[in-house]
Design a protein around this ligand. Structure first.
Ligand code: SAM
Length: 283
C-alpha cells in the first residue's frame, strides 16, 4: 500500500508524492519536518506540509538564487543567506572561490542537522567550508541588529507561513537593506505567481520605497507547483540588472563553475516577465 505525501500549501490545489521511505520526521520547536524518499525526485525535505527541496530539482532553484546575483554584482566577497537550512544555497555560493565569507542565519537547527545527515548532497561539504558561518537565529531580528555588512543577501525562506511570515515584511526588507554594502543586491524566494500572486504584489510594494531597482526573475522548479517561480531582485544600482549577456558570460567563464541550469543566456532572459505577472505589480 503506497503512502502519499499530500502537500497542503493550497486548500484547493495540490501535488502528492509517494513516500517510499521516511528517513526522518520530527515536530521541531518551529515546524513539522519530514525527509523522505520518492522514486521520481529522490530525497525530499518538507516543512509544515510544504515541499522545500528535492534532490531531483533543487539545482534549478539554488543556481538561480546564487550565480545570478553574484555574477551580476561582479565583485562579491561576503554573502548572507537568511534561511537555507538544507545547505543547497551554501553549496552553490561557495563554488565562487573569490567569496571570502558566507553567513547563514537559520532559525531551526534541526533542519541543518537533519539535512546534514539525511540530505548530504544538498550541502555537499559546504557546512564544513572554513568560509561558512552558521548563526541560529530569527533572520528578521538578525538583520535588524547586526553591525556586519554583505554584498549579497539571499532570502531562502519557506513560504510566508509560520516562522517565515516575518521574512516578507517591510521591517525585514529594511533590515536587509541596512545589511547591504553599496551596490549590493537582495534576492528573495518569492513564490509561484500563478498561484501565489499576492507575494510579488506585496514584496514589490514593500521593496520599492527602499531600493532604486525592484524587479523579479523566473525559473520553473517542478516541485514548486503551479508554473514559473519568481525571485525578487532589489538593488540601488540600476545597471546591474541590465548587464548584457556577453559581460555575464565573461564573468561566468572566469569562474569555471559547473552548472546544470544556469547559463548567461538564462541569466539575462530570466528577467523577462509575462503580462499576467507585470499586472501583479506594475499597476
Ligand atoms: N527552497 C525552499 C523554498 O523555496 O521554500 C526553502 C528552503 S529552506 C529549507 C527554508 C528555511 O527557512 C527553513 O530551513 C526554515 O527553518 C527557515 N526559516 C523560516 N523562517 C525563518 C526565519 N524567520 N529566520 C531564519 N530562517 C527561517
Amino acid at each position: 500500500m503506497t503512502e502519499w505525501f499530500n502537500e497542503t500549501l493550497h486548500e484547493d490545489y495540490g501535488q502528492h508524492l509517494s513516500i517510499d521511505r521516511v528517513l526522518y520526521r520530527e515536530k521541531t520547536e518551529h515546524q513539522d519536518l519530514i525527509i523522505f524518499e520518492n522514486s521520481r525526485f529522490g530525497r525530499v525535505l518538507a516543512l509544515d506540509g510544504i515541499v522545500q527541496t528535492t534532490e531531483g530539482d533543487e539545482f534549478i532553484y539554488h543556481e538561480m538564487l546564487t550565480h545570478l546575483p553574484i555574477l551580476a554584482h561582479g565583485a562579491v566577497k561576503r554573502v548572507l543567506i537568511i534561511g537555507g537550512g538544507d545547505g543547497g544555497m551554501a553549496r552553490e555560493t561557495l563554488k565562487h572561490q573569490d567569496i571570502e565569507h558566507l553567513t547563514m542565519v537559520e532559525i531551526d537547527p534541526a533542519v541543518v542537522e537533519m539535512c546534514r545527515e539525511h540530505l548530504p548532497t544538498l550541502n555537499a561539504g559546504a557546512f564544513d567550508d572554513p568560509r561558512f558561518e552558521l548563526v541560529i537565529a530569527d533572520g528578521a531580528r538578525f538583520v535588524a541588529e547586526t553591525d556586519e555588512r554583505w554584498d549579497i543577501v539571499i532570502v531562502d525562506s519557506t513560504d510566508p507561513i509560520g516562522p517565515s511570515e516575518v521574512l516578507f515584511g517591510q521591517a525585514f526588507y529594511a533590515g536587509c537593506k541596512r545589511c547591504l554594502t553599496e551596490g549590493g543586491i537582495l534576492v528573495t524566494q518569492n513564490g509561484v505567481p500563478f498561484v501565489q500572486g499576492e507575494e510579488i504584489t506585496s514584496t514589490y510594494s514593500r521593496l520599492k520605497p527602499l531600493f532604486a531597482d525592484v524587479w523579479f526573475y523566473l525559473a520553473t522548479v517542478p516541485t514548486y507547483q503551479g508554473g514559473p517561480m519568481a525571485f525578487g531582485w532589489a538593488s540601488d544600482d540600476m545597471g546591474l540588472r541590465a548587464l548584457d549577456t556577453a559581460t555575464i558570460a565573461n564573468r561566468f567563464a572566469s569562474k569555471s563553475i559547473a552548472t546544470r541550469y544556469y547559463t548567461p543566456d538564462v541569466h539575462t532572459g530570466s528577467f523577462g516577465l509575462p503580462v499576467y505577472m507585470l499586472d501583479m505589480f506594475k499597476r
